[in-house]
Design a protein around this ligand. Structure first.
Ligand code: CU
Length: 520
């Protein structure tokens, strides 16, 4: 009863006014997929230019705008809204709630996004183009020649932050207030736990980002001197403020991924998750540590040795809770009755490749060697193993895992397996060689390179086109499933599925858990 009944509106207005967590979850997922295609198109432009040394296709200034927009669109447009979409769909189903706690605010936090992304994209057409200082907005050069667009750019970052904060408040309120009787905190599924913790991270760091970009705006427009050295300030201040936001942001996109994997591995192992309690504590520990490691992004700017050492040890510590998670997944599979459907394949791909990204992260966290790797392609390879093989693989796994429950139709398994292998090969072909050119000294964010890097860059570009092609398979498979997939009415779509959401009818009806279920 209550707000969610507004969904009865019919026609196109239904999507504008809906307060159903399922409608809003679906819209989030489609929006994020469109932004994923857009951010991917920017990456294709970058890789096409880097296919050969020399300048072929685009101007260096435009290349820089592409790296900026690619990063921003992928982080704020593709990955974060996708996880919010999954949270919308799944958290109420997993805790036995009829809807999220604040359905109208949920509608608002979604509908802020499409116009905001249009605003962000429109900066590309403004005089001087979009800001071209990478997604980390390296302060002294933030404006570049793009003073006009910077204003709108900052506004769009504020709006994105607003949407994230509202989404987080909603998730926290839902988890605290709407759990079914008997659903204690320590019975919540891991996906709910990881999102609950992530929501707190978001609420803490989004205002920090907003403050940082506001100060940049004041410097550029109103002549303040928060960052410029000429005005007596320290340009490093910006880097510290930005990365105080930026590092926890990395965990904001990866903790829900851990949650997804912790749902999928037990299902296809036909065993309960191994080490549930330690998973919860490990997630909380990672969240806490993420606040005290940001200086590992700026080792090379000339801090004290004591400072670099503190942040190096703090960063290394994260390997412990992250290792606990990986060991628990392996222990869950140990002697399980394993099967390898598409969601499980992507989950296993996640485990292997994310672990590689974790290890290259350990290498980077070491202050002395970081002086060698800093701003090289090794860093690019590292964070794409975390962001793509980590976040995007887990999102793909989640869609294949829950899609049959959402729409009551089964996807094409053969096509799913093909999608996995094309994505897996394309991904590794793109990013594995970037480790090698990085170690050999190729700098990032430069549209041209020395001749000796040519072979690996060609391989990388061809790999990126293959990875892009795999997304066409994904889109086709999802649309074909929704339109004409084999109907399924099994409550448990997967034999080993565990949890409240699998006690509901398939396809998931519009209104669920109007009367809260009773947990044992
Ligand atoms: Cu970091």
């Amino acid at each position: 009863m209550g707000d969610h009944q507004i969904r009865a509106t019919r026609g196109p207005l239904r999507w504008l006014t809906t307060t159903s967590h399922k409608d809003i979850g679906t819209m989030y997922l489609w929006l994020s997929f469109s932004m994923f295609i857009l951010g991917g198109a920017f990456a294709m432009i970058i890789r096409a230019e880097l296919y050969q040394p020399g300048m072929q296709l685009i101007e260096p200034e435009f290349f820089n705008q592409m790296t900026t927009m690619h990063g921003l669109v992928m982080v704020f447009g593709a990955i974060m809204p996708a996880f919010v979409g999954l949270a919308n769909w799944m958290i109420p189903l997993m805790i036995g709630a009829p809807n999220v706690a604040l359905p109208r605010m949920n509608n608002l936090s979604f509908w802020i996004l499409p116009p905001t992304f249009l605003l962000l994209m429109s900066t590309l057409l403004m005089p001087g183009g979009a800001p071209s200082a990478d997604w980390s907005l390296v302060a002294p050069s933030s404006a570049g020649n793009a003073v006009t667009s910077l204003t709108y750019f900052v506004l769009s970052v504020h709006l994105l932050g607003l949407s994230s904060i509202m989404g987080s408040i909603n998730i926290i309120a839902t988890v605290i207030k709407l759990r079914a009787p008997g659903m204690t905190f320590m019975k919540m599924p891991l996906f709910v736990w990881t999102w609950f913790i992530t929501a707190f991270l978001l609420i803490v760091v989004m205002p920090v980002l907003a403050g940082a970009v506001t100060m940049v705006l004041m410097d550029v427009r109103f002549g303040t001197s928060f960052f410029p050295a000429a005005g007596g300030s320290d340009p490093l201040l910006f880097q510290h403020v930005f990365w105080f936001f930026g590092h926890p942001e990395v965990y904001i996109v990866i903790l829900p991924a851990f949650g997804v994997i912790s749902q999928i591995i037990p299902t296809f192992s036909r065993k309960p998750l191994f080490g549930y309690d330690s998973m919860v504590y490990a997630t909380a520990a990672i969240a806490f540590l993420s606040f005290i490691v940001w200086v590992h992004h700026v080792y090379t700017v000339g801090g004290t040795v004591a400072q670099d050492l503190f942040f190096m040890y703090a960063t290394l510590l994260i390997a412990i809770p992250a290792g606990v998670q990986v060991f628990n997944w392996v222990a869950t599979m140990w002697r399980g009755a394993l099967t390898f459907e598409t969601p499980m394949m992507f989950a296993l791909g996640f485990m292997v490749l994310f672990t590689i990204g974790g290890f290259s992260g350990l290498m980077l966290s070491s202050a002395p060697v970081n002086f060698q790797y800093h701003d090289s392609y090794f860093v690019v390879a590292h964070f794409h193993y975390v962001m793509v093989a980590g976040a995007i693989f887990s999102l793909t796994a989640a869609v294949y895992y829950w899609l049959p429950k959402w729409c009551g139709r089964m996807y094409n398994e053969k096509l799913g397996q093909l999608h996995f292998w094309v994505a897996f090969i394309g991904f590794n072909m793109t990013f594995l060689p970037q480790h090698f050119v990085g170690l050999a000294g190729m700098p990032r964010r430069i549209p041209d390179y020395a001749l000796q890097f040519t072979d690996f860059n060609m391989l990388s570009s061809v790999g990126s086109f293959i990875y892009a092609a795999s997304q066409v398979l994904f889109l086709y498979n999802v649309v074909a499933t929704i339109v004409a997939g084999k109907p399924t009415t099994e409550e448990k779509v997967w034999e080993g599925a565990q949890g409240l959401e699998w006690t509901l009818p398939t396809p998931s009806p519009h209104d669920t858990f109007e009367t809260p279920p009773l947990m044992k």
